[in-house]
Design a protein around this ligand. Structure first.
Ligand code: ATP
Length: 121
């Protein structure tokens, strides 16, 4: 196994994540939302299964935002001028992020609302 090559791939991946944090406002918003959800999870007290769901949802959101940012860059490179297919590629990727965000919010409500219900009422 080529260990230096393996370690370099971590370096490149870290560069990609740092770049997207610096350049993408949406990613920073999701980072803030993830911190709030993690704090709420700690304060609320979740089961192991619920923690697994929350971690999958948060990491999934980051993954899809990274893929979306990647698609945006490839589209800008391939089609700097207006093109209907460029528009569709970017809108489809943005749509994928929206579907996942809505799904995550619904699952979050299903986990948290019953736990908070007893505290609030
Ligand atoms: N080359 C293009 N041809 C046609 N439409 C485009 C093109 N580039 C962008 N668009 C349209 O403009 C929208 C916004 O594109 P933009 O590149 O600004 O991405 P964004 O979603 O605002 O993300 P970011 O703010 O991170 O750049 C796209 O979703 C698409 O509808």
């Amino acid at each position: 196994m080529d260990i230096p090559k393996f370690l370099k791939s971590f370096k490149y991946a870290t560069h990609g994540i740092l770049h997207v944090i610096k350049s993408e406002q949406n990613f920073r918003f999701h980072l803030l939302a993830a911190i709030i959800v993690l704090l709420a999870s700690i304060i609320t007290g979740l089961s192991s299964f619920e923690w697994i769901i929350i971690i999958i949802l948060i990491s999934g959101m980051f993954m899809i935002e990274l893929v979306n940012a990647s698609i945006e860059r490839v589209v800008d490179l391939a089609s700097p001028d207006f093109h209907q297919l460029a528009l569709q590629a970017k809108d489809l990727a943005a749509g994928a992020c929206l579907v996942y965000a809505i799904c995550s919010a619904i699952v979050g409500f299903i986990i948290f609302i019953p736990k908070w219900w007893g505290i609030i009422f």
